[in-house]
Design a protein around this ligand. Structure first.
Ligand code: ZN
Ligand code: ZN
Ligand code: ZN
Length: 124
């Protein structure tokens, strides 16, 4: 079981790294075919999120997408970037710009969830 899990983890991580954009569990499942079952994908994605390897994006189409983290650690996710969904090609990306949001005095942010839809550079 442990061995199978390690292999599944590697396959899933490879798929996530090979896609430049964020992908949904559905698409991931299609890519992996029969090699990894649904429950395993779900479990592995969640553990990757906890470990600061990937992060979950709630899209404005109501679905969750997953993208690889750049500088996150096991202790905390550290990103303030917008996510962008292209209305033409459907791609969901992490935008590279880090956003600084000014909060009222006494407020401290822990999580940032910014989402934009429009047309990407390839489609506009
Ligand atoms: Zn992260
Ligand atoms: Zn596009
Ligand atoms: Zn992102």
């Amino acid at each position: 079981m442990a061995k199978r899990n390690t292999k599944a983890k590697q396959l899933i991580l490879d798929s996530l790294k090979n896609t430049r954009s964020a992908i949904s569990q559905e698409v991931l499942q299609k890519e992996l075919g029969e090699t990894v079952d649904r429950a395993t994908i779900y479990r592995v994605l969640n553990s990757f999120c906890e470990d600061g390897i990937i992060h979950k994006i709630l899209s404005d189409d109501g679905k969750y997408y997953f993208a690889v983290c750049m500088n996150c650690s096991e202790k905390a996710h550290k990103h303030n970037h917008f996510h962008f969904r292209c209305l033409q090609c459907g791609k969901i990306e992490c935008l590279p710009n880090e956003i600084e949001v000014k909060l009222p005095e006494g407020y401290r942010s822990v999580n940032f969830n910014g989402f934009i839809s429009g047309y990407c550079s390839g489609c506009s």
